[in-house]
Design a protein around this ligand. Structure first.
Ligand code: ZN
Length: 233
């Protein structure tokens, strides 16, 4: 998949009211990446439900309470967002230098290397990247908006999409693994798009500002680009 958000007309199909969403996952959600006492406000979002684990931290998730079809708008954050004075664990990067707070339960969307949803910072919506059934987590690929994560973390999503190899080697490796019916565990450190090679970014629907920042990086430092491998587990 190589979608980008450089599309002018909204690519998402709006269903009912803006603002819905859901998610769940095995990786830390933005809300719980830090024990900060300065927690962002969080308002309920229709058709989404936050699940707080009682067994420890890093296990909250946002689940869908209804079915969403691929491309369908899950939720809008246009009416709740606020410009953040600085990047932090709960913010979403919306341009090369600007970050926003979602100010809703969307902050509980976890990261996944095989995300169920995409965050479109141009139209301020969360849309389904695949069919999402009730009870399934609404996740998104954090590097699709974040150039450098405020708090990098280890991803345990288990997606076979990534391997410890970058680019073509990784694709060949994954193909072989799939043929052999093995599951490649994702051991990626999620630190933002800055550490990812362009060929890796091309596998995801990433924001326009991420593509621009990657192009700037690769044009000013080709050597760095060739060394940029996301998997530094
Ligand atoms: Zn992962």
């Amino acid at each position: 998949m190589s979608l980008t958000f450089a599309i002018r007309a909204s690519p998402w199909r709006c269903t009912n009211t803006p603002r819905l969403a859901r998610a769940l996952s095995t990786t830390p959600d933005k809300e719980h990446l830090s024990p900060s006492s300065n927690k962002p406000s969080s308002a309920p979002v229709p058709h989404l439900k936050v699940i707080h684990s009682t067994s420890g931290e890093y296990t909250s998730s946002l689940l869908a309470t209804r079915r969403f079809q691929p491309g369908q708008v899950i939720a809008s954050f246009a009416d709740t967002l606020s410009l953040a004075p600085t990047k932090r664990y709960s913010t979403v990067q919306v341009s090369k230098h600007a970050h926003i707070e979602l100010n809703s339960d969307l902050v509980y969307m976890n990261h996944s290397c095989d995300p169920a949803a995409v965050v479109d910072v141009e139209f301020n919506v969360v849309a389904a990247a695949k069919e999402i059934a009730p009870g399934e987590p609404v996740t998104f690929f954090y590097p699709s908006t974040e150039w450098e994560m405020d708090q990098p973390f280890q991803c345990w999503c288990g997606s076979p999409k990534f391997s410890i190899f970058g680019g073509g080697v990784g694709i060949v490796y994954i193909s072989l693994i799939l043929i052999l019916s093995f599951v490649v565990q994702c051991l990626m450190v999620v630190q933002g798009a800055k550490g990812m090679h362009k060929t890796q970014l091309d596998q995801f629907a990433v924001s326009k500002h991420i593509l621009e920042l990657a192009a700037e990086r690769d044009s000013t430092n080709p050597k760095k680009a060739s060394e940029a491998i996301a998997l530094k587990a």
